[in-house]
Design a binder for this molecule. Structure first.
Ligand SMILES: Cc1cc2nc3c(=O)[nH]c(=O)nc-3n(C[C@H](O)[C@H](O)[C@H](O)COP(=O)(O)O)c2cc1C
Ligand SMILES: [Fe+2]
Ligand SMILES: [Fe+2]
Length: 405
């Protein structure tokens, strides 16, 4: 169900949130049965009206109608774009068709993109990093935050109200049952979706989260409220999401958490993986498993979230047409691209006549920066000697679980 939320988050600012449970694959890639929200914000002071971001094109009419419940859309003075990705700008052609007098404020690159993406050439004021913009008693301060998530990304601080509009940063998937982080159990439920969002959407550029947080502190930006473009708004404890985002961006391990991913058509690779998992279980590791079999399809999107804060990984895939079993090849490539960190990895692989998958997986993950501790390749089922090697290696991996709380 498409639900629309309109609520004041401060004296002059409203959040306009729409719940999207229709999108199955965000960016045509990431499976999100949990859904996603688009959060736009509207500053409606007695003197000025400023819109921050928008909704996906599907919801253009809903967006216009929702704005109309608060103000006359024609009267919008400024529209701030935090980045040009169409999940937030898709509704702009409709809005700018009505709000003809509005001036768009954004990164200099956004001007060109507005023309190239939508054929739009509105009044446009490019803003520099650190620049402030006064609206008689209200001050907008712009902070460039490149690669969170596009090169032209910025955030805006509404100084007098202490609200930082952060765009994608500090956002998450899912459709939370509240707008705010007030309820601790809701926050606990939400965190896996924020981590999954960071891993899948910002993943490859995640070191920029650390840079942006350092930049905010060097610019002495200490917001009271963090207002992201997806998911929960942080007013009870903004520092909670900031510190989690930094920790995930650094791929810091949760002690004892081991993510296992494997594909197995006929059970040989699965037998190898199960030998390792048994050892890990005995050592007290908490094992999260994603598998591709004839009964199950593990979610690549959820896997990336779990891999990010794991202490170690186990990867299993048979050799398939002189390469890696395709389902797992895709996972390995994305793990390398988005979650790489110097964490121990055990690679297990079965083959029929000439094994190559194990070596290829080790090469991809090793090059990306993982620490491949062992590769075991078995013809068909593992021999006793191969089983011993697997259990030995798993024992070494389990050292990562030593500090488990
Ligand atoms: C479509 C297909 C292609 C395969 N290609 C290769 C190959 O190129 N080289 C090889 O050594 N084995 C190949 N195999 C054999 C599997 O690697 C072997 O049967 C392995 O034990 C399967 O592991 P599993 O039981 O975990 O599925 C192929 C198997 C299938 C079904
Ligand atoms: Fe984005
Ligand atoms: Fe977004």
């Amino acid at each position: 169900m498409t639900r629309i939320w309109v609520e004041k988050i401060s004296r002059d600012v409203y959040v306009l949130r729409i719940d999207d449970s229709r999108t199955r694959f965000f960016e045509s890639l990431w499976s999100i049965p949990e859904g996603i929200t688009y959060n736009a914000y509207l500053l409606a002071s007695p003197k000025y009206t400023v819109l921050f971001d928008g909704w996906k094109a599907w919801y253009s009419e809903d967006f216009l109608e929702t704005i109309s419940t608060i103000i006359e859309p024609r009267s919008i003075d400024y529209i701030v774009i935090h980045h040009m990705e169409p999940d937030h700008t898709g509704s702009l052609p409709r809005i700018l068709g009505v709000s003809r007098e509005a001036t768009v404020l954004g990164h200099p690159m956004s001007k060109t993109m507005l023309k190239e993406f939508y054929g739009l050439e509105p009044r446009f004021k490019p803003v520099r990093n650190g620049e402030t913009f006064s609206l008689e008693g209200l001050t907008l301060r712009f902070i460039h935050a490149p690669w969170l998530h596009w090169p032209e990304t910025m955030m805006t601080l509404l100084e007098e109200e202490g609200i930082l509009f952060t765009g994608d940063a500090f956002g998450g998937y899912s459709i939370p049952s509240s707008l705010f982080d007030d309820d601790e159990s809701l926050v606990e439920w939400y965190m896996r979706y924020a981590r999954k969002y960071l891993a899948t959407v910002i993943g490859h550029y995640r070191q920029h989260v650390v840079k942006a947080v350092e930049k905010l502190s060097s610019m002495d930006v200490k917001p009271r409220i963090l207002a992201p473009a997806h998911g929960l708004i942080w007013r009870r404890s903004p520092e909670t999401i900031v510190s989690k985002y930094v920790s995930w961006a650094k791929a810091e391990p949760q002690p004892g958490k081991i993510t296992v991913v494997y594909g197995s058509a006929y059970g040989s690779t699965e037998t190898m993986v199960k030998l390792a998992v048994k050892i890990l279980g005995k050592a007290g590791c908490s094992v999260v498993t994603y598998k591709y079999t004839d009964l199950e399809e593990g979610s690549l999107s959820d896997l990336l979230g779990d891999a990010l804060d794991s202490a170690a990984l186990v990867i299993g895939a048979s050799t398939y047409e002189a390469g890696i079993l395709p389902s797992i090849r895709r996972m390995v490539e994305e793990l390398a691209w988005k979650t790489a960190a110097p964490k121990p990895v055990l690679v297990l692989s079965s083959y029929g006549w000439g094994g190559v998958a194990g070596k290829k997986i080790a090469e991809i993950l090793g090059k990306a920066g993982f620490n491949v501790v062992e590769v075991v390749e078995a013809r068909g089922m593992p021999s006793d000697e191969e089983a011993d090697r697997i259990m030995d290696a798993a024992g070494r991996l389990a050292e990562a679980c030593g500090e488990k709380a």
